[in-house]
Design a protein. Structure first.
Length: 364
């Protein structure tokens, strides 16, 4: 079954590290965008497609009014046969939600909310350019629970300028104490052209070894608190893994709507150009082909090794790969504890995840 991704490219303000497709916009532009989005989703009507995950990401989907959220999800339900137990996630920023809005989102079908909390330290949030403080984040998670949305995820960030191991440990402690069921822990990457892309930020950011220590500490603390790691950056209480994101890593099909959204559908990979104005004008009818016939073996290795469960050597063979050559290539990494091979499954260890791009590059 398909996953449906819907991009909402608007934020109240741009954060200092962000290079996602989003802009600051007034309510008129957001309405025009929602109208274009609805047309774009509707083009798949009548095709008999079934979906079991819907994910509204951004940007800041929680800037949508209750009626815009309901309208978008109604269009999804009319266009696709969405299963009764589908996972329907909306990303949200603390400070942009109220109990009333979250109740309305829940009535529209949202049953999972992912909050960009990032840190429990207000000075770190300020450095990131986030608009919320930690007490607003605490309140937002409580409101989601009150609105009947039990499945709440929190993003936290590793490597924020001036962050220390102690402040990160406090973030893990306080965020997990909020009763969330899922945590994504991302390492800050300084993206070209963002306000963070400057010498003073590079100087104040932790070095690679410290960030590696912080990552390992975070993973260990989360596992001690019952959040099992299932992907490089993702940790969940049992049964609360993100079903939508798992589709990407398991090479399953998904359709993405909105500028910069990618799709893997009908054996092809394609995407909508990263231009909000053009999307509104054309209702997303313009897409660019990324790959007409993706190399399924390479994708299986590349995406599967992001997962703790790793990749099956039988599957590698069934996709036309050479399992023996793969084992020979991985042997030096296994010897130093970065990878492991057991019962026909090849996976990276936590330390291996820290250098996964290099290892995967050597294997494919
Ligand atoms: S809220 Fe998220 S998408 Fe918006 S600018 Fe900040 S990091 Fe980027």
């Amino acid at each position: 079954m398909l996953g449906i991704y819907i991009h909402i490219p608007f934020c109240l303000r741009r954060c200092n590290y962000c290079n996602f497709c989003s802009s600051v916009a007034d309510s008129g532009r957001i309405s025009d965008y929602v109208a274009a989005l609805i047309k774009s989703i509707g083009t798949y009507a009548g095709m008999g497609l079934r979906a079991d995950t819907v994910y509204l990401g951004g940007g800041t989907p929680s800037l949508l009014t209750a009626s815009q959220m309901a309208e978008i999800l109604e269009t999804v339900y009319k266009t696709f046969a969405v299963s009764d137990n589908a996972e329907i996630t909306s990303e949200a920023n603390p400070g942009t939600v109220t109990l009333e809005k979250l109740r309305a989102y829940s009535e529209a079908g949202v049953n999972r909310v992912s909050f960009g909390i990032q840190s429990c330290k207000d000075n770190e949030l300020y450095r990131l350019g986030r608009l919320h403080n930690f007490s607003q984040a605490e309140e937002a998670v409580g409101l989601a629970h009150l609105a009947g949305i039990a499945n709440v995820s929190a993003d936290i960030m590793i490597g924020i300028p001036e962050q220390t191991k102690a402040s990160l440990a406090e973030t893990v402690e306080r965020v997990t104490a909020l009763g969330v069921s899922h945590v994504s822990a991302y390492m800050l990457k300084i993206e070209e052209g963002t306000p963070f892309d400057c010498e003073s930020i590079r100087r104040s950011a932790a070095d690679d070894d410290t960030v590696a220590d912080m990552y390992l500490m975070t993973a260990e603390m989360l596992s001690q608190r019952g959040f099992e790691q299932y992907e490089i950056s993702n940790f969940a209480k049992k049964g609360f893994e993100s079903q939508h994101n798992l589709k990407y890593w398991n090479c399953e099909e998904y359709l993405g709507f909105g500028p910069s959204a990618h799709s893997y559908f009908g054996g092809k990979r394609f995407y909508v150009p990263d231009d909000i104005g053009a999307f509104i004008k054309t209702s997303g009818s313009v897409t660019e082909i990324e790959d007409v016939s993706p190399n399924r073996l390479e994708e299986y290795i590349m995406l599967g090794l992001r997962l703790c469960k790793g990749i099956s050597l039988d599957k590698v063979i069934s996709l036309g790969g050479n399992a023996e050559a793969l084992l020979r290539a991985v042997e030096p990494y296994a010897r130093i504890g970065l990878a492991s091979v057991s019962d026909g499954v090849l996976s990276l260890t936590r330390s291996g995840f820290l250098v996964s791009n290099g290892i995967i590059g050597r294997l494919i």
